[in-house]
Design a binder for this molecule. Structure first.
Ligand SMILES: [Zn+2]
Length: 324
């Protein structure tokens, strides 16, 4: 069993706002007049998730908060062996809330640039938009993405019981502008949400997508179209979308011939950074190093990284697998 911290990984589904260290969140809270409870690490279920998101939003106010969040993300990910990441960030929501649409994204990009310099990790951004929020904000999100380098994609997140169709036009415009599109689907809702995302929604990957298994025809379509899934087992268990890790559909998704990548979604909330996520599925499903390297390779292939980055990462994975 090789050291999974050293396995070079691409991390494609991770929300920056859910990566903040506990001490850092306390510092932000103290500076911004927000009380961060001592039991902030205790976490369970969807209600706690929404409460925690509210708390994080209240704590993130100053440009320095966003910069530090992004910089520490780079440090923490580099320690996990993440070599390349596409991190989700709800930039427009923060910008509207704070009265300066571009400030949070500008500050995050500064933090990522410093983090890249210090830790050698390449991070690009996916600007997500909550389905519960207005179409107009989605449009502003796409415009924001177009104004900033380092943003590779936009997409829908949030409660999947809110329909994706009202946003189809906005994301079609995003694709026309050269942005990639990645939606969350098939996490809380079933095949209909996935059909919307891969049809009118125009998604290139499925954020989660685990409920594709509810419909064999849909499995065949997703497989034939080679649409990758961003699977986040520990998050699914923590939020109640899978009964346990042992019962998680990850092995069935792989057996169905789907392109499965492994991700954390909300690592700080559930205490499962990326290398630990790999270790947990190794232990739960008995995967050997070749399978784990295959999951890492799938992440590289499904990413929007430049070709040279992908080639380098594949070489590094090959070297890891050849190491004693
Ligand atoms: Zn997510």
């Amino acid at each position: 069993m090789r050291d999974l911290l050293k396995l070079p990984k691409a991390h494609l589904h991770v929300h920056l706002e859910s990566t903040i260290r506990r001490d850092t969140l306390r510092d932000f809270g103290a500076a911004n007049g927000v009380t961060v409870p001592d039991d902030v690490a205790a976490f369970g279920g969807f209600a706690a998730f929404f409460a925690r998101n509210d708390l994080v939003r209240a704590c993130l106010r100053r440009p320095g908060d966003f910069r530090r969040m992004a910089y520490e993300f780079c440090q923490d990910e580099a320690e996990q062996g993440t070599r390349y990441a596409e991190a989700s960030f709800t930039a427009a929501a923060h910008g509207e809330r704070l009265g300066d649409l571009d400030m949070p994204l500008t500050a995050v990009r500064e933090g990522l640039a410093a983090g890249r310099e210090a830790f050698g990790i390449e991070v690009r951004l996916l600007l997500d938009h909550s389905r519960r929020r207005p179409v107009e904000r989605a449009r502003r999100t796409v415009e924001l993405a177009g104004r900033h380098e380092d943003v590779v994609a936009v997409g829908l997140a949030g409660d999947e019981s809110f329909p994706g169709d009202p946003f189809a036009e906005v994301f079609a415009a995003a694709r026309d502008a050269g942005l990639h599109v990645v939606h969350h689907a098939g996490e809380g809702e079933g095949p209909a949400s996935i059909r919307q995302a891969i049809g009118p929604g125009g998604t290139e990957r499925l954020g989660h997508g685990i409920r594709v298994l509810d419909d064999p025809d849909l499995v065949a379509e997703v497989r034939e179209r080679r649409i990758p899934l961003e699977v986040c087992p520990s998050s699914n268990v923590a939020l109640g979308f899978a009964p346990s890790l042992a019962a998680h559909p990850l092995p069935r998704l792989r057996d169905a011939g789907l392109l499965v990548t492994l991700n954390t979604d909300i690592p700080a909330l559930i205490g499962t950074p990326l290398a630990r996520e790999y270790a947990r599925v190794r232990d739960a499903f008995g995967y050997d190093d070749a399978v784990l390297a295959g999951l890492a390779r799938a992440g590289v292939d499904a990413s929007f990284a430049p070709g040279a980055t992908k080639e380098r990462l594949h070489r590094e994975i090959t070297a890891w697998l050849a190491s004693p």
